[in-house]
Design a protein. Structure first.
Length: 331
């Protein structure tokens, strides 16, 4: 039966992803709880103070962002309300932190994928980390000046929160893991339905004019749109193939990677942080606008760089394929 076959396949795929996440998340959550109980979080918080103060967030959340930078979204999300109780956060706080996390997370893993397409690992990491801070800073200043989203945070889902004893911690951890499995299954099925019904293709096509504003040409537009909706693993994988074939110029490969760094997996990741209480306007609409403008600025700079400077600055170990005239053309 097709439905049963589909269900078994999606459950199998989801469980494979889920097990990887569990092996990362459970140690991170328990370690964070232990550090908190030993008072080390309070001791470490001042080190993150200057960075977090730029975006108007409690210094304790610097540890959550650092975890997100190294591990990914699912590493940072469960410890968010462990570090700072939800009662002490506003919708603006959750939105700013979520925006910072959405742009800059899982850098070692995701930028390693990007590196395979040509762009340098360090430069793309810096773009994402600094881009995340810049957007979070702009969003914080805007929300502070207007008073928007100043209401107390009201998350639909609290992964973990501060607890008085270890029994509650393990009970909350189990509940979080089970909820995460349900969320992953729902998201995987929803994305598959979007693909099979052709809605995803329509969305990708609709993004073409927006991508052109960012300086991404038709040759790379489809790849950028795939990354936008399905994430860096999908978009980056396609980019690796196209870059190696010479079908997409190095400058367009670079700009596509920059854009995907600022805005990718906008369906799955956005739904996650909205469930935490973030405002969809800040984490989706504003982030897309920022991604387009920031990539357009980078495109203007990249267009004016000589080939030798561009490859030395932006690409990692240019290979023979990049010396072909068709690939060396300006993007």
């Amino acid at each position: 039966m097709p439905i049963l076959t589909f269900a078994r396949r999606k459950i199998g795929e989801t469980l494979e992803i889920y097990w990887i996440l569990v092996r990362i998340m459970v140690p991170v959550i328990l370690l964070t709880e232990l550090l908190s109980r030993l008072g080390l979080i309070d001791a470490l918080a001042p080190a993150f103070g200057p960075v977090m103060s730029l975006v108007g967030l409690p210094p304790e959340l610097g540890l959550a962002w650092l975890t997100g930078l190294l591990v990914g979204m699912w590493g940072a999300i469960p410890i968010l309300f462990t570090l700072v109780p939800v009662s002490e956060l506003s919708v603006a706080d959750v939105t700013v932190f979520s925006s910072l996390l959405l742009i800059a997370h899982a850098l070692p893993l995701e930028q390693k994928i990007v590196q395979k397409a040509g762009p340098g690992l360090i430069v793309t990491m810096l773009f994402r980390a600094l881009g995340g801070l810049l957007y979070a800073f702009i969003l914080h200043r805007l929300l502070s000046a207007t008073g928007w989203l100043s209401a107390p945070a009201n998350p639909a889902w609290i992964p973990m929160s501060t607890s008085s004893d270890w029994r509650d911690v393990f009970s909350g951890l189990l509940e979080t893991m089970l909820t995460m499995l349900v969320i992953l299954l729902a998201l995987q099925c929803a994305l598959d339905i979007l693909k099979r019904t052709g809605i995803l293709d329509l969305l990708i096509t609709a993004m073409a004019p927006l991508l052109q504003l960012a300086g991404i040409k038709r040759e790379a537009g489809h790849l950028a749109a795939v990354g936008l909706f399905l994430g860096i693993s999908y978009g980056g994988g396609l980019l690796i193939r196209e870059a190696r074939s010479g079908a997409v110029s190095p400058r367009q490969v670079f700009l596509t990677c920059v854009f995907m760094g600022f805005a990718h997996s906008i369906i799955e990741d956005t739904l996650l942080v909205v469930a935490l209480g973030a405002d969809v306007g800040g984490v989706l609409v504003g982030r897309l606008v920022f991604a387009v403008i920031a990539t357009a600025v980078v495109a203007r700079i990249v267009r004016n760089l000589p080939d030798a400077t561009f490859f030395r600055w932006a690409f990692h170990n240019p290979g023979p394929a990049e010396e072909k005239p068709a690939v060396m053309r300006r993007g």
